[in-house]
Structure formats: structure tokens, C-alpha cells
Design a protein around this ligand. Structure first.
Ligand code: OAD
Length: 252
């Protein structure tokens, strides 16, 4: 990709007063995070993830569902943030140092944005790294990786099964996360969407909301998405390569 490709989006980033980032699974691809489907190997090969990631599955067999999520928790903990995550953390520091506003919205549950130094990401689908009592909602801290929970399902101090703090199919997105998202989208002048197929709502609709509010938009993805026709600039390639170049071009 030639230098000219970055000139306009980098200038828009440098000049933006309020930036929203929306990330999806692609931003973690170069960290080796297994996709939903890729975690279904070995012991898990005969299961359908759509059948495990539901409140009904947890009610039916909490031991099985929590064992699978602990496998995913330890898998994520064994991966490291990549240069794309680190570039987003630097972008936040640069924008905030210039007095701007910065909000990172992620659909990922892997916790890698926090580990890369992003201050307060909005985790739209929750996180496999944090767990809570299924009855009271009280946080229950898992053993530090690589140690698994001592038994499945794990139990809270009150004896109820503990569940991962993720949004399952059929569950609503956390209200606070949605509020923070729409607040940020209503005032942003630049939205950068990274590594998302932009087909799962409401996150996919966030790009449309930003465009309707007059924001400029950058899409970072090796492939076209349904939102490509409406974005201002499409930067084609893996985010671990593109994001560091964009941030360097904007702030160095
Ligand atoms: P998807 O798996 O739907 O899309 C991943 C996107 O990342 C695709 O557009 C790829 O082209 C792109 N991609 C692949 N490698 C990349 C790389 N190295 N750099 C940048 N982009 C790359 O993932 P999401 O859009 O995150 O929901 O999907 C959203 C939600 O759908 C997920 O959170 C999950 C799933 O159902 C729940 O778990 C509730």
C-alpha cells in the first residue's frame, strides 16, 4: 500500500476531536485467538458452539458450558496483544493528550484490548476473563491462568453456579455498554472499524449511525464488508500491519 493511501485518513485521525473505534474478531487474528468455531477441536469437536453459548445450555448442563468457557478463557490468556491492539492503545493516548475524546467499542470477549493498554474499552459482548454468580450477578474471580477453575460448574460463595461474563445468544447486550456506545456515536467526528464483518447488529448499525451523524469513517479489513460502500476510506490489509502505519503517519 503506497504512502498516499494513508495521507487522508491519517490527517483525519490527527484532526479528529472525538474518535470511536469499533473492533471485531479480525483485530485479534494475528494474536492467534481461535475463532468461536476453531475452539471446537479435540474434546469439543462434537459440540456446536451455538448450542453451548446460550442460557438454555447453561441451565441444562452448567458443568459442560463452564468447562468450555474456561477452555476459551485459558486459550485467550495464552495469547498476546498484537501490534494492532498496541496501535489502538497509542491512538487513545495521542488523541486524549490533544484534548480529544476516544471510545473503543469491541465485540471481542478476549480481553486483549485491556492487556494492550486501552484504558476503558466498552466490551459489547462481555469478556471470558471475568465471571459472575448466575444468581446474584456478584463478580467471582477465576484462578489466575494457566490454572483452571477447580471444578465445573464453579460455585459462588452462596453455592450458585458461576458463569462467564459474556453475552449469550438470545441475551440482551449490557445496557451500560449500549448507552456508552450511542453517546460516543452521537458526537464522534471519526469512526474507525477494524476487523469486523459488520453483519451482526447492533454493532454493524454503529457504522450507519456514525455516517448519518456526519462522521468520517475508516474501515481496516483485508476484505470488503457490507459497510464498504458507505465508508470514507477502506484500508485493505491485516490490522496488525495497517494500524501501526496509520498511527505513525498521524502522530510521528
Ligand atoms: P467475524 O468473524 O464475523 O468477522 C471477522 C472479520 O475480520 C472479517 O471481516 C475478516 O475479513 C476480518 N479479518 C480477518 N483477518 C483480519 C486481520 N488480520 N485484520 C483485520 N481484519 C481481519 O467477526 P465479528 O465481526 O467480530 O458474536 O463478528 C461479530 C460477532 O459475531 C462476534 O462477536 C460473535 C459472532 O457471532 C457473539 O459472540 C455474540
Amino acid at each position: 500500500m503506497d504512502d498516499q493511501t494513508f495521507a487522508q485518513p491519517a490527517a483525519a485521525l490527527r484532526d479528529a476531536r472525538s474518535v470511536v473505534i469499533l473492533t471485531g474478531a479480525g483485530v485479534s487474528a494475528e494474536s492467534g485467538i481461535p475463532t468461536f468455531r476453531d475452539t471446537m477441536e479435540g474434546l469439543w469437536a462434537s459440540f456446536d458452539p451455538q448450542q453451548l453459548a446460550t442460557p438454555e445450555a447453561f441451565a441444562r448442563d452448567p458443568g459442560l458450558v463452564t468447562r468450555w468457557y474456561d477452555h476459551r478463557r485459558l486459550g485467550c490468556a495464552a495469547c498476546e496483544p498484537n501490534p494492532g491492539h498496541l496501535a489502538l492503545a497509542r491512538m487513545e493516548r495521542e488523541i486524549c493528550a490533544l484534548g480529544g475524546e476516544f471510545t473503543l467499542l469491541t465485540q471481542n470477549v478476549d480481553g486483549l484490548h485491556r492487556r494492550a493498554g486501552s484504558a476503558d474499552p466498552v466490551e459489547l459482548h462481555g469478556s471470558v476473563m471475568t465471571w459472575r454468580c448466575s444468581e446474584t450477578g456478584e463478580a467471582v474471580t477465576p484462578p489466575p491462568p494457566p490454572a483452571p477453575w477447580p471444578g465445573f460448574p464453579p460455585k459462588s460463595p452462596s453455592g450458585a453456579p458461576v458463569r462467564p461474563d459474556v453475552v449469550w445468544f438470545g441475551e440482551a447486550l449490557p445496557e451500560e455498554a449500549l448507552e456508552r456506545s450511542f453517546d460516543a456515536l452521537s458526537s464522534c467526528d471519526l469512526l474507525v472499524s477494524v476487523g469486523t464483518s459488520a453483519v451482526v447488529y447492533p454493532a454493524a448499525g454503529f457504522i450507519e449511525v456514525a455516517v448519518a451523524n456526519g462522521a468520517r469513517t475508516i474501515e481496516v479489513n483485508p476484505k470488503d464488508t457490507p459497510m464498504t460502500p458507505i465508508v470514507t476510506w477502506a484500508l485493505r490489509g491485516p490490522s496488525a500491519g495497517i494500524l501501526p502505519l496509520l498511527v505513525e503517519r498521524a502522530f510521528d
